[in-house]
Each structure stands twice: as C-alpha cells, then as structure tokens.
Design a protein around this ligand. Sequence first.
Ligand code: GDP
Ligand code: MG
Length: 604
Amino acid sequence: MAPPPAPRAAIPPPPPVPDVLQEITITEGVTIKELSEKMDRKAKDIITRLIGRGILSTINQPLDITMAREVCRELGFDARVISFEEEVSLEQTKEAQPGDLRPRDPVVTIMGHVDHGKTSLLDAIRESNIAAGEAGGITQHIGAYHIRRTERGITFIDTPGHEAFTMMRARGARVTDIVVLVVAADDGVMPQTIEAVHHARAAGVPMVVAINKMDKPGANLDRVKKQLSDQGLLVEDWGGDVVAVPISAKQKKGIPELLEMILLVADIGELKADPSSLASGVVLDARLDRSRGPVATVLVQRGTLRIGDPFIAGAIHGKVRAMFDDLGHRARAAGPSIPVEVLGLEGVPEAGNPFQVLEDEWKVRQIGAFRQQKLRQEAMAKSSRLTLDHLYQQIKEGMVKELPLVVKADVQGSVEALSKSLNDLPSDKVKIRTIHAGSGAITETDVHLASASNAIIIGYNVRPERSAQELAEKEKVDIRLHSVIYDITNEIKNAMLGLLDPEAKEVYLGRADVRQVFKVPKIGAVAGCYVSDGKITRSAEVRLLRDNVVVYTGKVASLRRFKDDASEVKSGYECGIGLANYNDVKVGDVIEAFRVEKVAVKNL
Ligand code: GDP
Ligand code: MG
C-alpha cells in the first residue's frame, strides 16, 4: 500500500522570488548543511522547502543539483554550479597571499615521429637505459621523471603518442609547460612531427626543437630547418624565435645545451605555484598492482602532497599511504611539478583525472560516493538502450513509441529501396523513424548519432569500420547487418511482435587482409592473406569486404599455410584463402570470417 501523502497543508507557499538574486557557487553533491552555510540561512528553512517538493533529506545527504538551484532561487540566491575541484581552487586563491607563490620547475613532454629518438633522449637525460629494455621499443606507459640541474629541476613526461597528450587536455588537464619536439636529422619532418606541432599549438604550449641523430652520416641540419620553417617554425639562426638544438641521444651529445634551452624558455613563462596550500594536480597514469593495490602516478601542480593526506581523484577517493619518487625511493612529501607514485587509493582513477587533497576525510568519501553513484546512473542509462532483442518487451512496457534507425547501405540505390521498405512496415505498434540514411561503411559518426538518439543501426551489405565497432560495443549501440532487404524488414517486424527467438546469431571469428592474389590453374584465384585479427577457419563462412562494403558472401573453399592445408590460421600469420565460387578478389580486400549460431533470446 502506498504511504499516506505528506501533510502539505502545514507548508507555507513559496514566497515570490526576489528581483535581485545574490550569486553563490555550489558544487555537485552539495548538502543541506553546506547550502545553509553558503546562504547563511537556517538548515530548517531549506528542509521545509524540500519537504514542500516531497523530498525528505538528512542534513548531510547530497542533493539533486537542479533541486538545490531551485531552492536557492526561492531564497534569493543564484547558484552557479562548479566542480568540486574548482571550488577548492577558488577558496585557496582567495586565501593565498601574493608572497606565497614560488617559482616551480617546468613540466616537459617529449613528442615527435616514431623512432626519431624520444625514448633515447629521455634515456640520455636520465642516463639510465630504458630504450634497450623496453618491450618492442614502444613506450609502454606514462612515466614521469624529475631531474635536477644545478639549482633548478625539470620534470619530463614520457607520453605514449600524441593522443595521450590531447586526451589529457580534453579532460581539462593542463599538464605540459613546454613541448620538446624530437626530429631525426637524417629523416626530417614526418607526419607525426607535424601532428605533434599541431597538438602543441592547439594547446598553446611553447616548443623547443631537438634535432636528433646528428651523429648519423645522413644527418642534414639545414634540410630539417627548412622543413620546420615550412611548418611555420622559424629557427633562431634563420631569424625566427624557435629554439632548435642539434643533439645525439645515442652519443649523449648536446644534452646539457638542450636542458639549458628548456630552462631558458621556462623562464619566459615565469612558472609559479604555492607550495604551502593543500596539494592538487593531475593523475598521469593509474593501474592495479597485484601486490600493492591501486597505484597512481600523480603530477603535483600546486601545494605539497604528504603522507596521510585524504584526496579525491575523479570518482576515486583515498588517503596517501605511501609515495615513491621516479627512482622508486620512498618520499615523504612532493611539491609543485613533482611526479610521484601514490598508494592508498580505493580504486583505479582515469588518466587525466584531477587530483585534489582535502582536509576532511569524510568529505572525500562523500564526493567519491556521489560521483560513483553518478557513474552508475550513466551506465544504467546505457544499459536501457533500445535493442531489437528487447524491443517487444520495451513496447509492452510502454517504454518505446517509436523506433529510430540509422540506415547504411552499399550504394545509394539500395539506401532508397531499403528506406522505402522500412517505411512500408506496419506502424501500429511503433513508428519507424529513419534519422539518417546514407551509403558506405558504418562510421564512428553513425554510432555517435545512434547513441545520442537511442537508435539502432541497420547495415545493408556494409560493415562497421573497426573504430565504429569498438565504439558501438562501448556505447551498447545495437548494429544489425544483413545482405537481404527482406531479412531486415522481417527482423524488425518480428522484433515488434516479440517473435525474435530463437534467433540465429552471427559469431565473428576474425579478419584477414588480402596482400596478393595468385591465379592458380584449375582452381581459380587464391588470396595471399595476413590474418590481422582473431582467426580464419576452414569451415567458416566468409564475407569479402572492399572498403567495408560486402562484395561477396559464401564459404571458404581452401585454406593453406605454405603448401599445407590448415584447419585454422591465427592472427599474425600468413595464409592462402580460396573463396567458393568467387575469383574476383583484389589486393586490399578484407576477408571476414564468421560462424552462425542459434541462440535463444529471452524476452526478459
Ligand atoms: P622513439 O620511437 O622516438 O622513442 O625512438 P627511440 O628512442 O626508440 O629510438 C629509435 C631508434 O633510433 C633506436 O634504434 C635508437 O637507438 C636510435 N637512435 C635514437 N637516437 C639516436 C641518435 O642520436 N643517433 C643514432 N645513430 N641513433 C639514435
Ligand atoms: Mg619510444
């Protein structure tokens, strides 16, 4: 039985909202207690107004932000919502004295084309041997190192590729003060060099160019300078303002000069921070260590981080249990621009998350719990996505009135044919609404669109691009792929009626790239392939894709490793594949293997 309604009569009607509202800032997860302090009102006043909205809340419980803003308005306040970290930062700025600011060391990111010597340069700087011991020569995770010069230090961040740099920026983390652009003197400016320049420019970060591999016979300093000027980077001895230093990471030549130049460029920036405040910074990297639990590499940006400090990092809270510097030594404190490994987190935060120390442990718990809850809600929203498997159930529960579709087909002609067939479907149960229809492969943009509109993607003789497939899995977007129009309309019709089970489901096996085509007398065309993902089996069904458009569907006729027949070939190996009754295979095509399975879909 429903509880009796709250005694509304006892609550006075809200007074008219005052003309001039006083401005305050509130944060996500604000409590009644905090609101009352901010507005200098009794908590009782706020509780009364919430009860008027049918909400019973204790004084320390986080409030819904829209609700909190409404209550503030009624009481004469315009509440601006800021993140919790912004609030702490605002308070600290208010309390800070001008004399508290002290110069801090620059934070440097090394970028450049692959194999131009980023790792070797860091290595030369640290004089340890990372490049030789690194798996496959690829920088594996974000490491950060602090080195000391005579009086000053420099912090280096080893970013694996430019994505990490820009990902951090996208999350609002400004980490880097200076970019060192490594260009190999024998190879010159390459695509990733240009990309790095664009990333650094977009971030507004000054660059110092290290022209590496000067020891190599093919080194050509002037050519590199010319190529740099083509990118709008005019070096100093050509009359520009870009600092370029010729070096050899291998022979450890030019390194002191490069470090001097970095400090010189840093001086122009007048980098300062207050080491006396509560520490804040950014999570550079985090992982779950088997024996030590969650470990985060944190760059302190202001204040000083100490053992025992309670902190919040994104949705994860914790209390510093132990800290280690870049050499693995235990540290007791870390000031501005210092990277440290931190132990004592309650979970693994994301790289790029802000990191903020607070005085009260209960407060970090509260914020952590609030953010966790929000994450769970977002995940729930994703899991309630529209899927054909559950369409009938969702219609029955009245959750679905229309079925939004994103339609992709191999050619424009089939787009039109398909759209027409879809429009002709009965609409008494749900109305079909095509929000986008086009030809070509299913792209990330299509998935974004479907995700934002809770739509299902229909592919006719096309496949999703790899990145689109991954995004769809992450966003839980339903993609339905077919090569017969009737199958598509039939599937949707059945889904509407709840007749989709049992259903034949396709199980993806793997992909192979066609690198060569051999014409074998009497047999026909055999595709010389490289298996790029999963595996190809002799019994598999296959689809031949050209630019993610299906040009053939059928079976494997022959599968060979060298001269021998094979039952399956795994990713990373080469093989010869013959397709049953199809000879028009071309270099650059992709063979996708799959298996068809019957699965019972439960109407939950
Ligand atoms: P990264 O991909 O930019 O990190 O490049 P690495 O530091 O892994 O270097 C790629 C290759 O170039 C390695 O084989 C290095 O030994 C070599 N290398 C790096 N710096 C120099 C240099 O100054 N001179 C020469 N001759 N080789 C270098
Ligand atoms: Mg490297």
